[in-house]
Design a binder for this molecule. Structure first.
Ligand SMILES: O=C(O)C(=O)C[C@H](CCCc1ccccc1)C(=O)O
Ligand SMILES: [Zn+2]
Length: 331
């Protein structure tokens, strides 16, 4: 089945995207009927699926269509002085005294968001609407939502023993916006509807090269490494990074396995992007099998960090204690 996005457009987009200091290999683009796909999802390997028809009627969700049909509910719109939208957890801001949020978010109607985007001038803040779909959306959107390919995605959920669908995040970005490299703790089927998104992916074993913020920090799960200006003094192992790239066009779906690092770029010059993700709780670990998977080691490190921080009841004492435990003893 011909993939919805044609190959020559994809190679044009591939030539346009930014180059970074690390090598990238292409993520395979396969039909969801290809038997290899089932194995890749089972093995938690990223793969682009070209013909799931996952969002079905949602393929008509252009920014204009959404403005006309989504109703007058309020949506969370992030704005940033730069193209980067480094996510932060509001609930953890209090614990880091001099934390200055890199973005601000404001609730507004979809129509107001689109109006602000259309009249934005050079030098104005960049804007990115990121909102979980809920029942406040207008009836046409609810109807489109029911046409999603729930049979197919529920089959993936069951076959891989994933937990519940936790949310569908609606993402509407100006072209050029970037979500810097981070990992999530959920399985993700990411559906691209409008425009082109370039994913840079790193497998979970690269945790040591990406230097995530402390777990208690508002930027928990985000890397401290700035790909546009990597500080190889503070983060020397960033030099060892080797990644994968997935360029998604309208109709493409990326299977993004839990704990896999990803940076998401709305390709400049290719129009506003509209995407919907499907976040699922990951399968519970039934039986511990050795050697442990990198994902399990990341989960362990997170638990240990939380335990030590809570037990010390102070963030300043975490590093000295862990250094005393390891330096000169295990290194
Ligand atoms: O679907 C995913 O996982 C993505 O990262 C998609 C990404 C926006 C996600 C925003 C976000 C980042 C961290 C925590 C919660 C929300 C994009 O498409 O720009
Ligand atoms: Zn993410």
């Amino acid at each position: 089945m011909a993939s919805a996005v044609n190959k020559s457009v994809l190679s044009d987009v591939a030539a346009e995207v930014k180059k970074y200091h690390f090598p990238l290999e292409d993520v395979p683009r396969l039909s969801c009927n290809d038997p290899v796909v089932e194995q890749m999802i089972r093995n938690e390997e990223p793969v682009i699926l070209t013909d799931t028809n996952l969002v079905a009627a949602g393929m008509q969700w252009s920014p204009q269509y959404l403005a006309e049909n989504i109703g007058n509910g309020l949506y969370t719109v992030y704005s940033s002085k730069t193209q980067k939208f480094l996510y932060y957890d509001d609930k953890k801001v209090a614990r880091v005294p001099d934390f200055s949020p890199p973005t601000v978010h404001e609730d507004m109607t979809f129509q107001n968001f689109l109006c602000k985007v259309n009249k934005r001038k050079e030098g104005d803040r960049w804007m990115y609407l990121q909102q979980s779909l809920n029942d406040t959306v207008g009836p046409p959107i609810v109807r489109d939502f029911t046409t999603f390919n729930w049979a197919w995605i529920s089959e993936q959920q069951q076959k891989n023993k994933w937990g519940a669908l936790t949310s569908n995040l609606l993402l509407v970005g100006m072209d050029g916006v970037i979500t810097p490299v981070h990992y999530d703790e959920q399985q993700n089927f990411f559906a691209q509807i409008c425009g082109f998104k370039r994913f840079i992916l790193f497998d979970p074993s690269m945790f040591g090269c990406l230097y995530p913020y402390p777990v208690y920090h508002p930027h928990d799960r985000q890397s401290q490494v700035d790909f546009d200006n990597p500080d190889f003094v503070r983060f020397p192992r960033a030099k060892e990074l080797r990644g994968r790239q997935a360029i998604l066009g309208p109709g493409d779906v990326l299977y993004l396995p839990v704990y896999w690092w990803h940076q998401v770029e709305s390709v400049p010059g290719r129009g506003m992007t509209v995407s919907v993700n499907f976040w699922y709780k990951s399968a519970p670990t039934e039986k511990i099998v050795y050697p442990l998977k990198p994902q399990q080691k990341v989960a362990m490190m997170r638990n240990i960090e939380k335990m030590i921080t809570d037990a010390l009841n102070s963030t300043e004492e975490v590093a000295p204690l862990m250094q005393a435990m390891v330096l000169g003893r295990y290194t």
